[in-house]
Design a protein around this ligand. Structure first.
Ligand code: ITT
Length: 225
């Protein structure tokens, strides 16, 4: 009786089922930063990849960012994320390097104004430090180092974006230093442009374009033939 109810009208071999099964592609973003999750998820939108972040793993231990370089921190976050979840993991570490401040805040961008500060505190300090810097000496570069860690390897890429530090905040979008980072080609700060455009031209966008190539190769190799 039971068998009859669940009778398949046509015969499907388990082999063909497996062959036609779409492999589930899941990656972890080793971050708690919702703004980064939004940007990177948008970037990976077209790739049929399910993106998780550490926000989905509330019991995950904190990863301390104590490296002296962006690369050291990106590697540390990617390795820790992979160890915690077993998922192929992306991590990025980003710094704003201001020429007039000899590369500061750089790797210390998140704590420029001190521990446990807000994005706004950091921007305020930056604008204050640059009060006497003339317009033609306000160049800066955003640098991102991103790492992709799997069971087999770790791949490291970089992206950067050049711009200028404004004298006051402009725009409501983006996050972090976006309202004070001006891109002359677009006559806008990152906070004034749509996220799609920031993602196309930004430091993180460039790094993610490179990481996507690595991820595609990774999933093509490990997916069903
Ligand atoms: P995770 O380490 O959890 O990924 P985080 O906020 O600490 O998140 P980073 O160390 O990579 O991120 O970045 C340091 C700071 O640089 C960050 O707190 C922001 O203030 C700033 N920042 C990073 N990416 C930015 C971007 O695209 N636009 C503006 N500011 C950014």
């Amino acid at each position: 009786m039971f068998e009859k109810l669940f009778y398949f009208p046509f015969k499907v071999s388990s082999e063909s089922l497996i062959k036609n099964m779409k492999p589930v592609k899941v990656i972890l973003l080793a971050t708690h930063n919702r703004d980064k999750v939004r940007e990177i998820s948008l970037k990976l939108n077209n790739y049929d990849i399910t993106v998780k972040s550490l926000l989905d793993f509330p019991d995950a231990p904190e990863i301390v960012e104590d490296g002296d370089t962006l690369e050291a921190n990106a590697v540390k976050k990617a390795e820790a994320g992979f160890k915690i979840t077993g998922l192929p993991t992306i991590a990025d570490d980003t710094g704003l390097e201001v020429k007039a401040l000899i590369g500061a805040p750089g790797v210390y961008s998140s704590r420029y104004a001190g521990e446990n500060v807000t994005y706004a505190d950091n921007r305020r300090k930056l604008l204050h430090e640059m009060t006497n810097v003339p317009d033609n000496e306000r160049s800066a570069v955003f640098r991102t180092v991103a790492a992709f860690k799997t069971a087999e390897y770790i791949n490291i890429v970089e992206g950067q974006c050049e711009g200028y530090i404004t004298r006051e905040e402009r725009g409501e979008g983006g996050f972090g230093y976006d309202p004070v980072f001006y891109i002359p080609d677009y006559k806008q700060t990152f906070a004034e442009m749509p996220l799609e455009l920031k993602n196309k031209i930004s430091h993180r966008g460039e790094a993610m374009d490179k990481i996507v190539e690595v991820i595609e190769k990774y999933f093509n190799k490990t997916s069903h033939p």
